[in-house]
Write a protein that binds this ligand. Structure first.
Ligand SMILES: C[S@@+](CC[C@H](N)C(=O)[O-])C[C@H]1O[C@@H](n2cnc3c(N)ncnc32)[C@H](O)[C@@H]1O
Length: 257
């Protein structure tokens, strides 16, 4: 299967030459605006199909309120705000996405979810969230984002940095299928075209390995089959908790004789 897979991938790559060219000359940026409009429609359909999975994902969110009873959630790659309806009432939400054209959809969605406090929208990628202070949020969320970030390791480093000790990172991500399946075959063959239509999305990532290697103290991760099209059926779902700091006793001061 490996030879056939490589051959078919090459054929698809050749068919994608016009797309490679459009990308190389910088015209692909025009697609970004269209992608937001496309995502606005797709996100509604995806939410309907995976409603119960998202309910399950966010079930434990309220456990991570800070001692004042406040929950500050930062969402990376928030897109149109498809997760807002699942957040607990009263949560403060900070939205981030590198694509500024999502803002108008976000505002519309926020208007429809008045159980939340909309903090701000930061145009940035997950790998660089320097405008967010260290240990300043109770929860970080990504859904269908780690497939698109350029550097998963760096994104998880940023997630860990901005989470307060005891805070949690919630994720729902599509991943590469088992190597013995046709889904795996088609994920690899169609990847070159999918990349462009999906705004940089990669079907063939083994994202769970990065989560397992990240410095969280507790990782609840399950592999599931989401009820959506075969290519993106294999998913991981769960959350990871940042270790609570053990405050060591301050050294005793020397007593003046
Ligand atoms: C498939 S959409 C998912 C949107 C939303 N999370 C949802 O579940 O509907 C992927 C999102 O990831 C964003 N994205 C792409 N590259 C990113 C990066 N490096 N850092 C953060 N977000 C990124 C895209 O702009 C887009 O909003």
């Amino acid at each position: 299967m490996s030879f056939l897979m490589r051959f078919c991938t090459c054929v698809v790559n050749v068919l994608c030459l016009p797309l490679h060219l459009i990308y190389a000359v910088g015209l692909y940026a025009l697609y970004k605006r269209f992608f937001t409009c496309f995502m606005y429609r797709v996100a509604v359909l995806v939410n309907q199909r995976i409603y119960s999975k998202k309910k399950e994902l966010f079930l434990n969110l309220p456990e991570f309120k800070n001692p004042d009873g406040q929950l500050t959630i930062l969402e990376i790659g928030c897109g149109t705000g498809a997760n807002f309806e699942f957040y607990p009432p009263g949560s403060k939400v900070i939205c981030t996405d590198p694509n500024p054209h999502f803002e108008k959809y976000l505002e519309k969605n926020m208007g429809e979810n008045d159980h939340l406090k909309y903090d701000r929208f930061i145009v940035t990628c997950g790998e660089d969230m320097r405008s967010v202070e260290d240990e300043s949020v109770d929860a970080v969320v990504t859904t269908h984002v780690l497939c698109s970030v350029r550097n998963i390791k760096q994104t998880l480093r940023e997630v860990h940095r901005i989470l307060r000790p005891g805070g949690a990172y919630f994720f729902l991500e599509h991943v590469v299928a088992d190597a013995s399946t046709w889904t795996y075959f088609f994920q690899h063959v169609l990847q070159p075209a999918w990349y462009y239509f999906g705004d940089g999305c990669e079907l063939t990532r083994d994202t769970w390995k990065y989560l397992e290697a990240a410095p969280f103290s507790e990782l609840k991760l399950r592999h599931i089959e989401a009820p959506i099209i075969s290519l993106v059926k294999p998913h991981i779902i769960g959350y990871a908790v940042k270790k609570t700091e053990l405050r060591s006793k301050p050294p005793s001061q020397p007593v003046d004789e």
